[in-house]
Design a protein around this ligand. Structure first.
Ligand code: ZN
Length: 380
């Protein structure tokens, strides 16, 4: 009978090696802005909804290249919010088939360049099972890669979205804390949509529903969660990416699409004003011109409202850290991006070491020796 008692501490030690202790329930007294926020649908700063800016986050995933740039240039450039400040848009960019000179152009236009991994590899289980080291090679190293090839200032790279929205438990967030990344926009919620879940930190246990496990369970001070609040399609089925909604209006019907978008927007705007996400891939709005026109009409609507703002994703986190009423927010100085020069260089053919493929790259730096990849993000 003595053995089990002796064995118990040993077992705890074995578990402790890969299983971090569970985070505690959030303590509102201990967890204070700007560093800490409990997961909650409460509006930051205790503001009433009518005084809260309705942030609108338009994000595009995957490679930036000559295929998708015409859309970005034609519908986003020169667009302004009602306070005459340029709008924000966030790009979650993965490395393969990205033209870094065009990524640099998007940055110089004032948009946010965020990370979507170096490899974006399949199968999805790779991401589910990713270790701390895997995540550091996919995202930590991508900061170095993006700043080098795209001439994007390192300290402006703040956010990530994991491919396939596949969370990897605590490891992602431990990596983010160490790599000094501010926020993750990967985690969908379908339970906290009305009222919507505002961004929060992982100092304490999260109340968020875990749709694509494993979700983080440990206390990881530092990074913020920017929840992907689901849309609801015409059949009330939740969807995290607009192009993944199933029961949608006819893709040729602009009017129905406009109503569909506005209907989802109003759940936020007429509710607790949690940030509204329009999360999409460019191919979807390129393939369906009526959808694109509906998006443009929606942006025109948002840009005419004096309490709704299209912003870069990291600006939402910064507002949550230091919430101010919308009338004060509207009067603030606009974001100012100092253009980062790009010495455009065409490279190739560049041989990949992980496959036998040859690649052509457009970069703002000297050409790499081999195709940059995991473990060799600069292609030395
Ligand atoms: Zn992707």
């Amino acid at each position: 009978m003595k053995w089990p008692i002796l064995l118990l501490p040993l077992l705890v030690l074995v578990f402790a090696e890969d299983e971090l202790p569970l985070a505690e329930l959030c303590d509102e007294e201990q967890c204070k802005l700007p560093e800490c926020r409990c997961s909650s649908t409460d509006i930051p700063g205790g503001l009433p909804a009518r005084d809260t800016p309705q942030f609108v986050l338009l994000t595009f995933d995957d490679g930036v290249n000559t295929v998708n740039m015409p859309t970005y240039r034609s519908i986003l450039y020169g667009r302004r919010n009602s306070n005459n400040c340029p709008i924000g848009v966030t790009y979650f960019v993965n490395h393969e088939y990205t033209d870094y000179t065009l990524t640099n152009e998007l940055y110089n236009m004032g948009f946010e360049i965020a990370l979507h991994s170096i490899s974006h590899q399949t199968p999805q289980d790779y991401w589910r099972d990713a270790t701390y080291d895997d995540m550091m090679r996919e995202f930590g190293d991508q900061i170095i890669q993006m700043s080098h090839f795209g001439s994007i200032p390192r300290d402006t790279i703040k956010g990530i979205r994991i491919p396939f929205l596949q969370l990897a438990g605590n490891e992602t967030y431990r990596m983010m804390a160490d790599a000094n990344l501010l926020y993750d926009c990967t985690w969908p919620t379908i339970s906290h949509t009305d009222p919507g879940l505002w961004p929060y930190t992982l100092h304490y246990a999260s109340i968020q529903d875990c749709q694509i496990p494993p979700c983080p369970t440990a206390s990881v001070p530092g990074p913020w969660i920017l929840p992907m609040i689901a849309w609801f399609d015409l059949n009330n089925t939740p969807c995290s990416m607009v192009d993944a909604c199933f029961f949608i209006p006819d893709r040729e019907n602009e009017e129905e699409w406009f109503k569909f978008i506005v209907g989802n927007f109003e759940r936020h705007y007429l509710g607790n004003r949690a940030p509204f996400g329009f999360y999409v891939h460019e191919w979807f709005i390129r393939a369906y011109p009526a959808v694109q026109r509906a998006l443009v009409r929606f942006m025109d609507l948002v840009n005419s409202l004096n309490d709704a703002y299209m912003v870069n994703a990291h600006e939402v986190i910064e507002w949550v850290q230091n919430p101010v009423p919308v009338n004060e927010y509207a009067r603030r100085a606009c974001r100012h991006t100092v253009p980062s020069p790009c010495r455009q260089t065409s490279c190739g053919p560049v041989r990949a070491e992980h496959t036998e493929n040859l690649y052509y790259m457009q970069v703002c730096s000297a050409c790499p020796n081999v195709y940059p990849w995991l473990g060799n993000p600069l292609g030395n």
